[in-house]
Design a protein. Structure first.
Length: 352
């Protein structure tokens, strides 16, 4: 009996399914090759020292962190650092950590408190609602933190004003705020901000820093940005969540090559520009309604026959329905998305 493989979807070309399907950028591969030498294990190497220096430079004096294997690992480590067994973490009901990380938060003892989203975002009023209901209630988990995604799962980006207001509300309630920054590079580039300006300066306390979706071979990090996160809490969590690599140097080298240079911005800008071009082309096709991309994610509502045609050729995730009842397709561009790739997709849909 033949069993279907996991995640197999209609279509053959996966390029627009997500930005984590593209290959690693040549500068990342060069950094990995440079790290391919005998070196102390578990972070005692020069490449990891360079990584720590990079964090201090890019995110502000006092920032520190650890390389980890993947985004889920980064989120779990970060959220464990700001929660405890009787606490809850407020999130949007579309948050990746809530919808797409299986039982990892539950098994890690993290109680998520999902709230209805507004275009993928949380608002200060959402925090006030949970705090008013749960804080001090002996029969409720006590809120200790908030987690947000930047870019959100709906492809939207918190503006600096929105994020500052949210961080202020979180801190006034005595909570910490975590950012799932799997696509932080794309968000910061879209906003015209540097890494410090997109995180530390706005009030973020702890960050999951993603390189994988922006041309990394496979590396992410947990970065502590404020003293609201106990300094001694992070190191042991890295180990017991199995996120401590014996060959940390390979992860550190990737992260330093990405965020210690302009590579993060170059790759993110390319991805964002490709999404804008794809959205423009889709919008010219009869029957297609496009949400203007705020970063590198395009959400396009289209008739069923166009969805069928698209998915005969491409792996394309369905993302709910529009107000008019049309299915929405999510298409994501990456640093490797070329004009030819966009043109090929548009030809599939535009038969006029």
């Amino acid at each position: 009996m033949q069993h279907s493989r996991r995640f197999r979807l209609p279509g053959t070309d996966p390029h627009f399914a997500s930005d984590n399907i593209s290959g690693a950028h040549p500068e990342i591969m060069a950094a990995v090759m440079e790290a391919n030498i005998d070196t102390p294990a578990y972070g005692g190497d020069q490449f990891t020292e360079d990584f720590h220096d990079m964090l201090d430079t890019q995110f502000g004096t006092g920032a520190y962190g650890f390389p980890v294997f993947n985004g889920t690992g980064a989120n779990i480590v970060a959220l464990q650092a700001v929660s405890h067994p009787n606490s809850s973490v407020i999130c949007a009901d579309t948050a990746h950590v809530y919808t797409s990380e299986a039982s990892a938060p539950v098994r890690a003892g993290i109680s998520l408190k999902p709230q209805p989203h507004s275009e993928g975002k949380l608002e200060p009023a959402d925090i006030a609602t949970v705090v008013a209901t749960d804080l001090g209630n002996p029969q409720a988990t006590q809120p200790s933190a908030v987690t947000i995604s930047q870019v959100t799962e709906m492809g939207t980006v918190y503006t600096p004003d929105e994020l500052t207001a949210l961080c202020n509300a979180v801190h006034e309630a005595g909570l910490a705020i975590h950012m799932d920054g799997a696509r932080l590079a794309q968000a910061a580039a879209a906003l015209g901000l540097d890494l410090h300006g997109a995180t530390t300066a706005l009030g973020v306390d702890i960050l999951s820093l993603g390189a994988t979706k922006n041309g990394g071979l496979g590396a992410d990090a947990v970065v502590v940005l404020s003293n609201r996160v106990p300094e001694e809490s992070l190191a042991p969590i890295i180990k017991y969540t199995t996120q401590l690599s014996s060959k940390t140097s390979y992860l550190s080298a990737q992260l330093t090559a990405m965020f210690g240079t302009s590579l993060w911005h170059r790759n993110a800008t390319t991805a964002n520009a490709a999404a804008a071009r794809l959205a423009q082309g889709l919008g010219d096709i009869a029957g297609v309604q496009v949400q203007a991309p705020q970063a590198n994610t395009v959400l396009a509502a289209m008739p069923e026959d166009l969805v069928t045609r698209l998915r005969e050729h491409y792996v394309a995730h369905l993302w709910g329905h529009s107000a008019a009842g049309l299915p929405i397709v999510r298409l994501v561009c990456s640093w490797a998305t070329t004009e030819d790739k966009i043109t090929d997709l548009l030809k599939i849909l535009d038969t006029a």
